[in-house]
Design a protein around this ligand. Structure first.
Ligand code: CU
Length: 183
């Protein structure tokens, strides 16, 4: 049984991130992650968000993707940027003040990262498949240059007791004038 990922919202804005497909019988979830989804919009608006690079329109932990423990996660990673290389890596949670200048392959949890960590080219895509075998909190981050410190990351949680993967938007982490997600 395949089903759409359900999005829960914690604030007043309404936006449903259309990220993926859930397959509870096969214990698999497929998630499409697009780097720099909002690039065109943030440049169109002038100086807004120019220093914030996103995944599917989210950054700096304002989206959490939660998956059930022991599920297989199939990530389709697309560099949607027209200017910059980006990558995708599963890594541990860092406080802002502890973030390394950049992440390397050794920082990958379960060996999950797109090659090369410095980023794939514009409009390229990579598939990343891994089993979310350890319950815990992680980041889905970009390993390129200073992108982690710049906010190019979202939360990734592995939990017992979930019936399917969900995406949770934290609306308190958006500047008021900037709605979450894709414009
Ligand atoms: Cu990046």
């Amino acid at each position: 049984m395949a089903g759409k990922l359900a999005a829960k919202r914690t604030g007043r804005r309404t936006f449903c991130p259309k990220l993926d497909k859930n397959d509870p019988e096969g214990k698999t979830v497929a998630i499409e992650i697009v780097a720099d989804w909002n690039q065109v919009e943030r440049f169109r608006r002038g100086n807004i968000r120019t220093d914030i690079i996103d995944f599917n329109g989210y950054w700096g932990g304002n989206l959490t993707i939660m998956v059930p423990a022991a599920w297989t996660v199939q990530l389709e990673f697309i560099n949607g940027s027209s200017s910059f290389r980006h990558s995708l890596i599963v890594t541990k949670v860092y406080a802002q003040s502890e973030m390394p200048v950049k992440l390397t392959a050794e920082d990958a949890i379960w060996g999950a990262y797109t090659h090369p960590p410095e980023g794939i080219k514009l409009k390229e895509r990579r598939q990343l498949k891994f089993v979310a075998k350890d319950v815990g909190s992680y980041l889905l981050a970009c390993a390129r240059q200073t992108h982690l410190m710049d906010g190019h990351w979202i939360y990734f949680e592995v939990r017992d007791g979930l019936v399917q993967a969900v995406a949770i938007v934290d609306e308190s982490k958006f500047p008021q004038e900037q709605p979450p997600g894709r414009p």
